[in-house]
Write a protein that binds this ligand. Structure first.
Ligand code: CO
Length: 146
């Protein structure tokens, strides 16, 4: 595994739409392992492909209850709302209040291409929304009230 460079705000790659993953191969496994290692090294709770310069629909999350990998994730359901401070490894030191759904249901694939359904409340719901936004070039600062 290797720690990858985290792309910072201002780099155009963060504003691009990532492409679906079609091949579930060793290269994908290495990317996901590297993204997890990079996220842990940076003390983050989530990291998306574009943040390591890869325009692929992949993200990793760990809110403290173990690693989650999402390949080609889609939000199926959103319920409720929550207000809270949010940050991003691509915008170090910046934090803003962002409203997010309080419960989210996601369909994705794992590194083997198998479909998985995941549900999250609170911080996990927030992380799902934040990371999946990255795959469409959307940053948390786009979702602040003002
Ligand atoms: Co982010």
């Amino acid at each position: 595994m290797a720690i990858r460079n985290i792309v910072k705000y201002g780099d155009p790659v963060l504003r691009k739409t990532a492409r679906s993953v079609l091949e579930f191969n060793e290269k994908l496994a290495v990317l996901l392992d590297d993204m997890l290692e990079t996220m842990y090294a940076a003390d983050g709770v989530g990291l998306a492909g574009p943040q390591v310069g890869m325009l692929k629909r992949v993200c990793v999350i760990d809110i403290g209850s173990g690693p989650i990998e999402l390949v080609n994730p889609v939000i199926l359901e959103k319920n409720g709302s929550q207000q809270g401070a949010e940050g991003c490894l691509s915008l170090p030191g910046r934090s803003e209040q962002v409203e997010r759904p309080n419960h989210v249901k996601v369909r994705a694939q794992n590194r083997h291409g198998e479909t998985v359904i995941l549900e999250g409340d609170g911080l996990l719901a927030r992380a799902f929304c934040h990371e999946i936004d990255h795959l469409d070039g959307v940053l948390f600062i786009d979702r602040t009230k003002e």
